[in-house]
Write a protein that binds this ligand. Structure first.
Ligand code: NAD
Length: 368
């Protein structure tokens, strides 16, 4: 049997710096856990534009469609701000998401105890928090037609259309229920069925998928505005939240910030399962290319490392090894190791990106 395959697209700014630490972690699993990957690397974003004049070369796109999972660092930077919209670094990422048809975006909001003081909420409200927001990523009001700014009488009107088909709702609901079965077995679906027809359909379809195929999972429905309130009032009531593209965009950012630094937040975007049952998958930290600290060895690699942990769990069915990696990160934080973005306590000297990688590898060694 060949090894599972990974395509690494480190990208721009701090992307290559944090990805260097992920590669060390990948090598560790190959050497110490007999879990080797066939890793290929390529360019995306500004780095691809510099070489090929396009933020994602067709050959790279073809590779992304073939591998078992793609790991991406970050794209963008001031050097590329003046480029035409069609070749901006972000277009490379959008093309990957579109052509891989990644309709289910998973954004965990997990609060490590050692960082509970970083949250803007009271410690007891966030300590131990572990929720997952599943956002529909390829449809809804960001894509619906008609859209545009039109003349109407003697003024202009801006139009966007919230549009969901039953099959689009069905597939993202399934992805949330599957996920819940591997976690706390609870799904809360959020929409605005009180004022939007698309919300009524959303609620009906999610309920039907549940009743037909996932009756063992606890399902509740909530209006998205109440969901936003509940997320900051009592976030620990949730396990998996499933919602549409627009509400998911807002609610996942809100939930993520419950937990502190941008340098800590991983994500996964999943598509339909292939013949072998693995979904098409792209794993990436939530943060961008952080041009203000790029090249200085200050970037926190944890978001990217935790994105690889998600790959272990969701693409490679290695939940125990994912938990080992997450526990190593937790131990390092509990030991007080901090990159500069995590400084809060007095008298702590920050470690570099590599220093954080070293500490996580040492904790992995200690886990054996
Ligand atoms: P950003 O996430 O790059 O940075 C925001 C702030 O958080 C900065 O102060 C940065 O130093 C800090 N930060 C981010 N990640 C960090 C880490 N791992 N460790 C320590 N500190 C970290 O967002 P931005 O500044 O708005 O955007 C910069 C560039 O990144 C832009 O070109 C933007 O378009 C792009 N971007 C890309 C993605 C992506 O690749 N998915 C996402 C967001 C922004």
């Amino acid at each position: 049997m060949s090894n599972p395959s990974l395509l690494i697209l480190a990208g721009d700014g701090i992307g290559p710096e944090v990805m260097t630490e992920v590669k060390r972690v990948i090598d560790w699993f190959g050497a110490k856990r007999d879990l080797a990957f066939d890793v290929e690397e390529d360019l995306v974003g500004g780095a691809a534009y510099d070489k090929h004049g396009t933020p994602l070369h067709d050959d790279t796109m073809a590779k992304a469609l073939q591998v078992d999972a793609v790991l991406l660092g970050a794209v963008g930077g001031p050097k590329y701000d003046a480029l035409d919209f069609s070749v901006k670094p972000e277009r490379g990422l959008l093309r990957l998401r579109k052509e891989m048809d990644l309709f289910s975006n998973l954004r965990p909001a997990q609060c490590f105890d050692a960082l509970a003081d970083f949250s803007s909420l009271k410690k007891d409200i966030v300590a131990g928090l572990d929720i997952m927001i599943v956002r529909e990523l390829t449809s809804g009001v960001y894509f619906g037609e008609p859209r545009g700014i039109f003349e109407e009488g003697n003024e202009r009107v801006g139009i966007n259309t919230q549009r969901y088909t039953e099959s689009e709702i069905d597939r993202v609901a399934r992805s949330a229920f599957e996920l819940a079965r591997r976690r706390g077995n609870k799904v809360c679906s959020m929409e605005k069925a009180n004022v939007m027809e698309s919300g009524i359909l959303w609620r009906e379809v999610v309920q039907k998928v549940h009743d037909t195929d996932y009756p063992d999972v606890e399902l509740t429905h909530m209006y998205a505005d109440n969901g936003a309130m509940q997320l900051v009032r009592a976030p620990k009531q949730f396990d998996v939240i499933v919602t549409d593209n627009l509400f998911g965009d807002i609610l996942s950012d809100c939930a993520a910030m419950l937990t502190g630094s941008l340098g800590m937040l991983p994500s996964a975007s999943l598509g339909a399962p292939n013949a072998d049952g693995r979904p098409k998958a792209l794993y990436e930290p939530v943060h961008g290319s952080a041009p203000d600290i790029a090249g200085q060895g200050k970037a926190n690699p944890i978001a990217c490392i935790l994105s690889f942990a998600m790959a272990l769990r969701y693409s490679f069915d290695q939940g125990d090894e994912a938990a080992r990696l997450e526990a190593a990160v937790e131990k390092v934080l509990a030991d007080g190791v901090r990159t500069a973005d995590l400084l809060g306590e007095e008298g702590v000297t920050p470690v570099s990106t590599t220093g954080m990688g070293d500490a996580i590898l040492a904790a992995l060694d200690a886990s054996l």
